[in-house]
Design a protein around this ligand. Sequence first.
Ligand SMILES: Nc1nc2c(ncn2[C@@H]2O[C@H](COP(=O)(O)OP(=O)(O)O)[C@@H](O)[C@H]2O)c(=O)[nH]1
Ligand SMILES: [Mg+2]
Length: 174
Amino acid sequence: MKGYKLCVLGFPGVGKTAMTKRYETGEFIDNYKTTIGLEIFTKNVEIEGEEVKLSIWDITGTTKFETIEKDVFKDMHSCIIVFDITNRRSFDDLHIWTNRLIDNHDIISKYVIKILVGNKKDLNLSRQVYYDETREYWERSAIQTYETSAKTGENIEKVFSDLITDVYKSHNRR
Ligand SMILES: Nc1nc2c(ncn2[C@@H]2O[C@H](COP(=O)(O)OP(=O)(O)O)[C@@H](O)[C@H]2O)c(=O)[nH]1
Ligand SMILES: [Mg+2]
């Protein structure tokens, strides 16, 4: 069976675990333990009639990222960089994540598919990052962007399934 590794990156509190859990279980889980370093879960999904094994790597804020990044980036097929639309800083400092990717270019395949996700779309009244800004970022960096809510579930399934489908197609083309 083909297997794909997908990593979820972003600052603490942006909703990486909530998104991952929502995708894994279909529910919004508000009360989970913070894990040390990493949490990895696997899920078999069907893409274009073929079953593939997806492993999703959710990083946690308890360990310095630098100490686990080689493990995270090794053999990665795709990554989701998450920010929180109600937290300006999480968007303004996105270069910290993109720089980690650049600095590790020696172990990251040039075929890795990256996307940017603005989470907490349900908190529209507290929004600090506007969709136009995200779109502009997309145009500038050629990284596709989405807005999601792990709370309502909006776009969560779509983000993961679009991404996995892209990864699958890009691998089968080569
Ligand atoms: N309203 C709202 N809260 C969210 C959403 N996603 C995560 N949260 C909350 O934001 C906090 C941080 O989420 P968490 O998944 O632990 O962030 P992580 O550190 O990136 O893994 C938690 O209290 C979540 O319940 C969302 O889409 N909407
Ligand atoms: Mg987390």
